[in-house]
Design a protein around this ligand. Structure first.
Ligand code: WTA
Length: 670
């Protein structure tokens, strides 16, 4: 692999211009360490290319081989049926048709019944410092108890269960217990407000909510149960199962049941039923480009095949690894790389409940050293925070157990990549920058640590079995370094099957933009080595600290406030969070636009969605820039928000005066 092509194109207008050093860094390559390659599942670039070609030649044979590493009760009769939908009523492709399995059996029973029975499955550390280790045999028993308890509460296969939990072992136990009885789960991130929780509960018609009295975050108790109490009012929820975690005071009603009353007392024996490969495993809500979050539906056989395959391959998993994915189980990363992928692969998973700077900024490094973490998988926004906190914090701890580092959730800037490699990885550990989405179910584009030379900031090449490409709108492939749309040109087992309750939106969003392709909504380019550089979203989705939000979701929250006439929300580049939310707000006539109103509106958004959606900045404006047909010109707002004057074409702007006054509009938080 040659270095130094100098082939980075000029950044598109509006994108943050990169420093000279970053261009120099981007053109460096780092070869896989020889000792890692020597024992890796895929040991060279040539081996990767051979495997990629093999999968492309015979995708069904390739995926059948991956699926056969799970435990199936009944074998499938066809590997795949159908293809990408073209009409609104076309179903998604089906995988491992006719096969039946139980996801929890692949994750637990088969390990608990073999040599891994006494291997640690979950190693847990709570924020206050309490710890627990559950072996595969113990985790299996706990999941069986929980499955029996859920059945006792009247939950049957096909019933939806919402999970709103802190990052404690019971969160994973709850998910696996749902999977065991065929009840699809909807995990809602504990940082979402009761409003957001309520929307999701109503959309999936959950019968049961599993929660805790509270969870620890920065020394404070997150009042999970109180949020649930508000969210379930007037819903389909019949019971609320409550884990005692913080022993904070909670209100109690007839609907409520303590975990320790029904789970701890249930039988640890449970005979699992097998479910159809296409039986839904979970629905996970994520933001699209409208105001309403989408319920992304994943099924059992295909999803689990993909999660297991990628965990083993991308992290080159070994039996002695201690695998720490720092994502919350409320996000897809937590589903695939805290629970389903690593447990299906029989790995030891570390689970940490709290904040990375509690009690001090070295908490993560303290954890790595004490538990002997070998693989660390985290997000660029966290890496940038660690950089800012200072090198002295990791320096205090022995990080020599680490052998591999991962990044996910947003593009990682080359500076953060280099810092991660040097300061955390001691220049020894390869970095896997993994591109994927809630919709894809698992990693799609990533280096293989023993095979792929890496370049800081590039997710490198698609995994074997993944037909990812960068194309123009008409579907033709982009040339080297031409920016285009990131698409996938053939089905894969772990792809989403529909959007809950809105199949039409599923077909329109993902399969109608570029004919014959899955449209990811990301812009990207490939360099002359075929390396993919993801540039960010091409739709109205913004990525704040690795969390996906739709501008319209935040706008709807703002206009639901009685003092707001109109609002437009954009993302602006932010050094720490990747993007920060800037809201342009036109107050109703007679309302005074002042600091107090800005504070009130920011709090209102936090109540409507969650603190993660609270705008960084609110700018009041008498009017918003619109086209003659009344469409808000977000591009102009983005430019104003990033502090530049609007450079682009403004000829379609209806009222030129609006721009000038926007540029001068004040920000209440400056
Ligand atoms: C972005 C998270 C660049 C991207 C797993 C995608 C990335 C969205 C990367 C999905 C990466 C994720 N490099 N961008 N390595 N990983 N993204 O659904 O814009 O929360 O479309 O899934 O995050 O976010 P989601």
């Amino acid at each position: 692999m040659s270095a130094g092509h100098g082939d980075r194109p000029a950044p598109p207008s509006g994108e943050r211009s990169h420093a000279i050093e970053s261009v120099l860094v981007e053109n460096r390559t780092f070869d896989p360490p020889a000792e890692l390659s020597a024992h890796a599942q895929v040991a060279s670039l040539a081996d990767y290319e051979a495997l990629y070609a093999r999968a492309a030649r015979d995708p069904e044979g390739f995926w059948a081989e991956q699926a056969s590493e799970l435990h199936w009760a009944t074998p499938w009769t066809a590997v795949m049926q159908g293809g990408f939908p073209t009409r609104a009523t076309d179903p998604a492709p089906r995988w491992f048709v006719g096969g039946t399995l139980n996801a929890s059996v692949s994750c637990l029973d088969r390990h608990a019944a073999g040599p891994r029975a006494n291997k640690a499955a979950l190693m847990f550390e709570g924020e206050p410092g309490d710890t627990r280790v559950l072996t595969y045999a113990q985790l299996h028993r706990e999941v069986c108890r929980a499955a029996n308890a859920l059945t006792g509460l009247g939950i049957r296969a096909g019933d939806f269960v919402a999970i709103y939990m802190p990052m404690v072992p019971e969160a994973a136990i709850a998910m696996l217990a749902c999977a065991r009885i065929g009840a699809p789960h909807t995990v809602v991130f504990g940082g979402f407000s009761s409003e957001a929780l309520s929307d999701r509960i109503k959309d999936c018609k959950a019968k049961l909510v599993i929660t805790a009295d509270g969870g620890w975050r920065r020394g404070q108790i997150v009042p999970l149960k109180a949020n649930v109490d508000q969210a379930v009012a007037g819903s389909t929820v019949e019971k609320v199962l409550v884990l005692k975690r913080c022993a904070n005071e909670v209100a109690w009603s007839e609907r409520d049941v303590w975990w320790h009353d029904v789970v701890a007392t249930a039988s640890p024996k449970h005979t699992p039923a097998a479910f159809d490969s296409e039986h839904p495993l979970f629905t996970l809500y994520t933001s699209g480009s409208t105001g309403k979050p989408k319920g992304i539906v994943h099924t059992t056989g295909g999803y689990l095949t993909n999660a297991h395959y990628t965990t083993k391959l991308v992290f080159d998993l070994k039996d002695r690894d201690v695998f720490w994915c720092t994502a919350d189980i409320g996000w897809v990363t937590g589903h695939s790389y805290v629970v389903y992928g690593p447990l299906a692969a029989g790995a030891t998973v570390l689970l940490y409940e709290g904040a990375p700077n509690q009690p001090g900024p070295d908490r993560f490094w303290d954890i790595v050293a004490r538990w002997g973490v070998t693989i660390l998988y985290t997000a660029p926004t966290a890496i940038r925070a660690f950089m800012r906190w200072g090198d002295e914090h990791p320096a205090k701890h022995d990080l020599s157990s680490l052998r591999l580092l991962g990044s996910v959730g947003e593009p990682i800037n080359p500076e953060a990549w280099m810092w991660y490699r040097t300061t955390i990885g001691g220049d020894r550990c390869p970095i896997v920058d993994t591109w994927w989405q809630t919709e894809t179910g698992s990693i799609m584009i990533s280096p293989l640590p023993g095979a792929t030379p890496t370049k800081p900031g590039s997710a490198t090449r698609p995994l074997p079995g993944v037909a990812a490409e960068i194309v123009h709108k008409d579907g033709t492939v982009c040339g080297p370094n031409q920016g285009g749309f990131l698409v996938v040109r053939a089905p894969w087992p772990g792809m989403l099957r529909t959007i809950a309750g809105d199949h039409e939106r599923f077909v329109a969003t993902y399969f109608s933009e570029v004919a014959g392709c899955y449209f990811a909504g990301d812009g990207a380019r490939k360099d002359s080595d075929g390396y993919v550089w993801v540039m960010g979203r091409v739709d109205d989705v913004i990525n704040v600290a690795g969390h996906r939000l739709s501008t319209m979701e935040v706008e709807s929250a703002l206009v639901s406030h009685p003092k707001v006439a109109e609002a437009a929300v954009v993302g602006r580049p932010d050094e720490l969070k990747g993007q920060a939310i800037v809201a342009f707000v036109t107050p109703k006539l007679g309302v005074t636009a002042d600091d107090a109103l800005a504070t009130e509106l920011r709090a209102h958004v936090a109540t409507q969605i969650g603190a993660l959606a609270r705008p960084e900045e609110i700018r009041f404006a008498e009017a918003l820039p619109k086209t003659r047909s009344g469409k808000i010109m977000r591009r102009l707002l983005r430019e104003v928000a990033s502090g530049s004057t609007a450079r682009g074409d403004t000829t379609t702007l209806e009222d030129q005066g609006v721009l000038e006054s926007l540029a001068q509009s004040f920000s209440a938080d400056d």
